[in-house]
Design a binder for this molecule. Structure first.
Ligand SMILES: Nc1ncnc2c1ncn2[C@@H]1O[C@H](COP(=O)(O)OP(=O)(O)OP(=O)(O)O)[C@@H](O)[C@H]1O
Ligand SMILES: [Mg+2]
Length: 263
């Protein structure tokens, strides 16, 4: 399948000034108070991500990767600066509208999966679609169940639908988490060290799902990783050090990722 058309892509580079950017950070800062001290965790991040782009954020532990991903995904509020999704200032939205936007447009995958232990794989995948009022959710439950089942089939877990997370391997749990992140068909998938807890084989399975998504439906993917090989497969690698972007480079290509999927 050919790669979807892009408004920018790797060649457009970073910086907050690219008006074609689908997701942009403009002068984003994040500070924490520690008694008398102020910890400056993000020090003015400008980043411009195009629709359909795969961006890897790399850098040493403590550089601010997770903090940045959370802010890009409307999960945490920056101390200063803006995040723009399709030119809408995410943190200017009232809390409810921002929560809705996040639920509908952003999917998250975390290193530790964060599945609900008391629910089955299928129920976990359905959760993002069930946050509506009870009545509406109930009316949609049939369709939700079918979609969740199809997503679990896509990630190779049709046979595990009724398993609870504790009875799944780490790689299987992460595949459930990816299916959950995709439940509402989000425009952007944000993955914080999605393979960080997995061995090579399970990690490769997870990555092949992510690459297939990007290749097949042009899913925008932003991931933080310590895995150099994985980072170099992204369209663009953004280097974060001590809360600042200190470098950017072109990474791999769709065909290199395709090769990865096929090996
Ligand atoms: N709630 C908090 N309160 C105070 N400091 C915090 C808080 N959350 C994160 N930090 C600090 O912010 C810095 C960046 O943390 P972050 O988790 O974003 O780093 P990271 O690049 O994701 O690291 P890793 O590779 O280890 O996951 C760290 O120094 C961390 O201690
Ligand atoms: Mg982190």
């Amino acid at each position: 399948m050919s790669r979807p058309a892009r408004s920018g892509g790797a060649a457009s580079g970073g910086g907050g000034g690219d008006a074609s950017g689908f997701l942009r950070a403009v002068g984003v800062t994040r500070e924490y108070r520690d008694g008398e001290r102020t910890l400056r965790v993000l020090k003015g991040i400008d980043l411009c991500i195009s629709r359909g782009e795969v961006v890897a954020v790399v850098g040493p532990s403590g550089a601010g990767k997770s903090t940045l991903l959370h802010i890009l995904g409307a999960l945490d509020r920056p101390t200063g600066g803006q995040v723009l999704l399709d030119d809408v200032s995410v943190y200017s939205l009232p809390d409810r509208a921002r929560a809705r936007m996040r639920c509908e447009r952003v999917g998250f995958v975390f290193q530790m999966y964060h599945l609900m232990p008391e629910f089955s794989a299928l129920e976990n995948v359905m959760l993002p679609a069930m946050v509506d009022s009870g009545a509406r959710a109930a009316a949609r439950a049939g369709a939700c169940g079918r979609r969740a089942g199809a997503l679990l089939t896509d990630v190779g877990l049709a046979e595990r639908s009724h398993h609870r997370p504790s009875t799944l391997s780490g790689g299987e749990q992460q595949r459930v988490a990816i299916a959950r992140a995709l439940m509402n068909n989000p425009e952007v998938l944000i993955a914080d060290e999605p393979t960080g807890n997995l061995d090579e084989v399970a990690g490769a399975e997870v990555l092949s799902i992510l690459w297939r998504l990007n290749e097949g439906s042009g899913q925008t993917i932003i991931l933080a990783t310590h895995d150099r090989e994985l980072a170099e497969l992204a369209d663009r690698v953004v280097v974060l050090q001590d809360g600042a972007v200190t470098g950017e480079r072109a990474g791999g290509s769709a065909s290199e990722r395709r090769g990865y999927v096929n090996t």
